[in-house]
Design a protein around this ligand. Structure first.
Ligand SMILES: CC(C)(COP(=O)(O)OP(=O)(O)OC[C@H]1O[C@@H](n2cnc3c(N)ncnc32)[C@H](O)[C@@H]1OP(=O)(O)O)[C@@H](O)C(=O)NCCC(=O)NCCS
Length: 198
């Protein structure tokens, strides 16, 4: 006999519904587990409580949760963007989607996404956009499965802005981590500015 996937919960046990004020904490904590800084060290947008409250207060219609036994086990935070003079005029933007690890690969994100897409469609959205880190393979596979195409590659660059070093100040005792984002540039800039100043 085939053993049952322990992750697979009965569909009827999981309720997908619009997010409510009491879900804010559950969504925030689930996001904290999923969007960890070790995994996404240079995430250009950071997961924090304001992400949740901002989307919830401005666009509650596009904030959905999946609930199982009173616990938030999945969510979507999304919004719409209207841009006159562009091809599609009204865009849906899926900003965050997450499913608790013990519920992943059970079709839950798919159910959340389909519900969101239905709402977008009713509201006149003709193009949905989403973004993720280039190395987030699970998310890319998921979005492709939902019909998204990788239409453009966008490269984010980062540079750490250091404070000017006072001429009589002792050099810092810790060195910048080699290979960290922007380190080479910063050092180059400091050398260039001390050459200019001398
Ligand atoms: C991406 C994520 C939301 C997918 O949630 P999920 O509920 O596991 O996805 P589903 O079960 O609905 O998957 C639907 C399909 O997407 C694809 N998919 C989903 N997760 C995948 C993975 N880890 N590897 C490969 N394909 C995957 C599969 O085709 C899957 O269908 P299948 O299971 O029948 O093969 C989940 O992995 C997650 O929360 N990741 C961490 C947060 C994150 O990175 N969010 C995206 C950026 S905001």
């Amino acid at each position: 006999m085939l053993s049952e996937n322990p992750n697979r919960k009965k569909r009827s046990e999981i309720n997908i519904r619009q997010m409510e004020i009491d879900d804010i904490s559950g969504v925030y904590h689930l996001g904290e587990d999923l969007f960890t800084s070790e995994e996404f060290p240079i995430l250009y947008r950071t997961w924090d409580a304001y992400e949740v409250t901002d989307y919830f207060t401005s666009d509650p219609d596009y904030c959905l949760v999946a609930e199982s036994e009173g616990r938030v086990v999945g969510f979507i935070l999304a919004t719409t963007i209207e841009k006159e003079g562009t091809a599609w005029k009204k865009y849906g933007y899926l900003s965050w989607i997450g499913v608790a690890e013990d519920y992943q690969r059970t079709g839950l994100a798919l159910r959340l996404y389909k519900r969101l897409e239905e709402k977008f469609r009713k509201d006149g959205v003709r193009m949905v956009i989403a973004d993720t880190e280039a190395d987030n393979q699970e998310a890319i596979s998921f979005f492709k499965e939902m019909g998204f195409a990788l239409s453009a590659k966008h490269v984010w660059l980062g540079k750490t802005l250091t404070r000017p070093v006072k001429s009589n100040a002792k050099p810092p005792s810790t060195s910048l981590p080699v290979g960290s984002f922007g380190t080479e540039d910063v050092r180059g800039e400091e050398k260039a500015s001390s050459a200019r100043d001398s």
